[in-house]
Design a protein around this ligand. Structure first.
Ligand SMILES: [Zn+2]
Length: 486
């Protein structure tokens, strides 16, 4: 017999594996923290959706939750000991505790009308291999009502996915609120500060990091529509002192909106930089940066302006104590001059190839187009392909990639922080029109179907589990997750 837990725990000892019934009582053993109490409350909420009425008690509850800061736990590690009479859960902090509680929920069944909890007798020791285990949702190309954002956090919590990446802005809409530049927000398609604060707390209590993104300098025609006097009218953010400072200030505001996000995504992909060349303001600014616009080639001028912009945004984020993340879009020539505190999402193996990024000393996140991209409803790879992927393997789709038609695989290295699934909204407006609930739930189902394999391959990036072995368990987990998010 094995445990149907995804991701599969590193060490499991079944003490006979007999199912035991315990009072549905959680006791948070002192000294504890406010975060640990919040994690226990979140667990009780999830358990209730599965028909288990947990009580939080003082003294000797059936399930004892112990925070042990000095205990020897590896990354996000935890221990669960389900004995004959009682259950003990231990972790060093609330993040480890959330991981333990997700395992506990996957093991649990209601008993005696929900007053008790049935669990298999066992001992579990577990920890994460990769710190970055991510899921991205494109909120800009298709409107996702706020209630769905909370459900993405639930999905992440359930599978121990550590990062929820929110692509808030693109040409189609700007879904963030702003006090500095309120006209940027798309009417009827933007979140409020209160909603984002609620989301932030909800995610924090569940041990899920939010990675908010404002994609600049391309992918953001809204800037030039809302404030042409500041950002120009060329569809790409103009480069001059005031526009660069304004965008840097927006990142400062984003850091305040998400005070506990360790990383901030500043975009940096697929910008048509050539538009800067025929703008006198941009060229005048380039001269102030020491770029000789008369003698340098157009490519070099654009690359240098682009690099200056990205560095300013990265610095704006870094001065707030956060790590900036970019797409692989910066020019190859700039590889040496881009500071290595910037983490790079390697997705296309075209603008930059993975071996160059690794040789350049960057820390990277695997966002390989194949099989990690989903463009609902019809562009996707199978869950089996996600299972066969690893954080060290890329399958480019761009015809210009040197690895087209084959894959690139690197040696295991800590420079690869992990990987993520990404749901893009390009085709959703055309497919689902204004039937927002249908569109969002269809996309969410595609994510939910693949998430167990992403989780398995990032929590356990070395030990492989065959698809046929994991699939039945993933089916059962998916059915349970449905109860949590609907
Ligand atoms: Zn300009």
């Amino acid at each position: 017999m094995k445990l149907n837990v995804i991701p599969v725990p590193k060490q499991v000892e079944l003490n006979g594996g007999q199912t035991r019934v315990y009072k549905a009582e959680l006791c948070l053993v002192p000294p504890s923290t406010r975060e640990a109490a919040a994690a226990v409350r979140a667990f009780s909420g999830y358990a209730l959706k599965l028909g288990i009425k947990m009580k939080t008690v003082r003294g000797d509850g059936a399930i004892r939750v112990v925070l042990n800061k000095n205990g020897r736990f590896r990354k996000e590690g935890y221990r669960i000991n389900i004995g004959k009479r009682r259950v003990e859960i231990a972790a060093a902090d609330s993040t480890g505790l959330n991981r333990a509680l997700a395992t506990l929920l996957q093991l649990a069944e209601p008993a005696e009308g929900g007053k008790c909890i049935a669990l298999p007798e066992c001992r579990i020791k577990d920890y994460a291999d990769n710190e970055y285990r991510g899921m991205m949702v494109d909120l800009a190309r298709y409107w996702h009502p706020f209630k769905y954002l909370l459900s993405y956090v639930d999905m992440c919590w359930y599978y121990k996915v550590s990062v929820l990446h929110l692509h808030f802005t693109d040409d189609q809409s700007y879904t963030l609120p702003s006090r500095l530049y309120p006209k940027l927000s798309t009417p009827g398609r933007s979140y409020t500060f209160d909603e984002l604060t609620e989301l932030e707390t909800y995610a924090y209590e569940r041990g899920v990091q939010l990675l908010p993104e404002i994609d600049v300098p391309g992918h953001n025609t809204g800037f030039t529509v809302a404030y042409p006097e500041l950002f120009g009218n060329k569809g790409i953010i103009c480069q001059h002192r005031d526009s660069v400072s304004a965008v840097a200030a927006l990142f400062g505001e984003l850091c305040e909106t998400f005070p506990r996000s360790k990383c901030i995504h500043i975009g940096g992909d697929e910008a048509n930089l050539k538009k800067w060349l025929d703008c006198p303001d941009c060229m005048a600014y380039a001269e102030t940066l020491g770029i000789d616009t008369k003698r340098e080639s157009p490519d070099v001028i654009c690359d240098k302006l682009y690099l200056n912009f990205i560095l300013r945004m990265a610095e704006a984020v870094r001065t707030k104590g956060r790590t900036p993340i970019v797409w692989e879009g910066f020019p190859k020539a700039a590889n040496a001059s881009v500071p290595k505190y910037i983490t790079v999402m390697s997705w296309e193996n075209f603008y930059q190839v993975t071996p160059d990024l690794l040789a350049g000393g960057f820390r990277i996140i695997n966002c390989s187009w194949n099989p990690m991209y989903i463009v609902a409803p019809d562009v996707k790879w199978t869950p089996g392909e996600v299972n066969d992927w690893s954080v060290y393997k890329w399958r480019p789709v761009h015809p210009g990639s040197p690895y087209i038609g084959r894959s690139y695989e690197c040696e295991p290295t800590p420079a690869v922080l992990g990987g993520q699934l990404l749901a893009w909204g390009d085709r959703m407006p055309g497919t689902y029109k204004d039937n927002i609930d249908e569109g969002v739930t269809a996309e969410r189902a595609l994510l939910a179907e693949r998430l167990p394999y992403l989780a398995q391959n990032t929590w356990n990036s070395v030990a492989k589990v065959e698809y046929n072995e994991l699939a039945p368990c993933a089916g059962a987990r998916g059915a349970e997750l449905d109860k949590l998010i609907n």
